[in-house]
Design a protein around this ligand. Structure first.
Ligand SMILES: NC(=O)c1ccc[n+]([C@@H]2O[C@H](COP(=O)([O-])OP(=O)(O)OC[C@H]3O[C@@H](n4cnc5c(N)ncnc54)[C@H](O)[C@@H]3O)[C@@H](O)[C@H]2O)c1
Length: 322
């Protein structure tokens, strides 16, 4: 297939691009490099340094390249930043996303995979299925849900799979691409930095109603997530589908459990202190992903926290030296 990947210089988009190429597909990447890394872009992919909101340029690419399917990853993803700059997130993730999809539809594209997030759900102590209450608490998650709703309204005109990722973690085995160690803000990156640079790690709140007082997340390895995209794309190419799926393993780890795993693999005790709760932080976020597993007849291969920690540390060290 001829796949157009927005955000293909980013963490997840580049991992999916590499797997598509490994499977013999053609990959065209659009990215404005606002948070992505040029180094992440596979040499076999065709790269356009373009903004998804640049209608003219997108149209030009679509007309020339005869694209079969679009994977839309491009977005700003920093939850905390979105609380400070809500308009930045609305504009980039929703407004430009909408322009991008409209341009694709005008140019007769019909097959889409959209990267959404588990942050569209309301806080819940139980595993969340796709039918869970939708209640985004940040401008980031609101912008992602708004684009989902836009796509839902176009249901009759397109085949689309909306994938709601839980927390994506780890790096692909060949270490060809991964997260941006200079611009990212997530827990795994902070722990890599605390371990390698021997900095004090701050736990944001230890008085939540959880087993050890820290927040709990479902971490899905990026290689399993990339495989989900390939299987989904194969089905989308054959069938008419409009579906939404959760992507997670169905169990969660607390911040302290992850911290312990990092201490174990980095062989030095990571110093930590307890700081304030983050505003509007979700307490527990765990997927019920039965619908996805059934749909794709999927067996996860990388659902192992050690694998997440070891690959992330290797990537962090590799990128620190370049
Ligand atoms: N990382 C996670 O844990 C996670 C969880 C849930 C959902 N998601 C979703 O997955 C997608 C990819 O996330 P990621 O972790 O790879 O983030 P990332 O920041 O590594 O990648 C996003 C990419 O999009 C590009 N980009 C942003 N705005 C753009 C624009 N207007 N035009 C062109 N390119 C643009 C950036 O330069 C970057 O390369 C996002 O849509 C995000 O909402 C990620």
């Amino acid at each position: 297939m001829r796949a157009l990947i927005t955000g293909g210089a980013g963490y997840i988009g580049s991992t999916v691009s590499n797997l598509l190429l490994d499977n013999g597909h053609q990959v065209y990447i659009i990215d404005n490099l606002s948070t992505g890394l040029k180094k992440n872009i596979p040499s076999k992919a065709t790269f356009y340094k373009t903004d998804i909101g640049d209608k003219k340029k997108i149209k030009e690419i679509l007309t020339k390249k005869n694209i079969d399917i679009v994977f839309h990853f491009a977005a700003f993803i920093d939850n905390a930043e979105s609380l400070r700059y809500p308009r930045k997130y609305f504009r980039n993730n929703f407004k430009k996303g909408k322009i991008f999809f409209e341009t694709c539809i005008e140019n007769k594209l019909k097959k889409f995979i959209y990267s959404s997030t588990a942050a569209v759900y309301a806080n819940s102590e139980k595993k969340i299925s796709e039918k869970g209450l939708l209640k985004p608490v940040s401008p980031y998650s609101a912008s992602k849900l708004k684009l989902e709703k836009f796509l839902n309204k176009k249901k009759n005109k397109l085949d689309c799979v909306i994938l709601r990722y839980f927390n994506v973690a780890g790096v692909e085995k060949k270490l060809r691409c991964g997260f941006n160690i200079r611009k990212g803000k997530n827990l795994i990156l902070k722990l890599c930095s605390a371990s390698v640079k021997k900095k004090t790690f701050v736990i944001n709140g230890q008085n939540y109603n959880t087993r050890d007082g820290t927040t709990i997340r479902d971490y899905i390895h990026v290689e399993d997530l990339a495989k989900i995209h390939i299987l989904t794309a194969n089905l989308l190419m054959k069938k008419k589908i409009f579906q939404t799926f959760n992507c997670g393993y169905g169990y969660g780890y607390s911040i302290k459990q992850i911290l312990e795993k990092f201490t174990f693999y980095s062989k030095n005790r990571i110093k930590f202190k307890v700081g304030k709760r983050r505003p509007k932080d979700i307490v527990i976020s765990i997927a019920n992903s039965n619908k996805l597993k059934k749909f794709l007849r999927l067996q996860f291969k990388h659902n192992n926290l050690s694998h997440v920690v070891k690959s992330s540390l290797k990537w962090y060290k590799k990128m620190s030296n370049c």
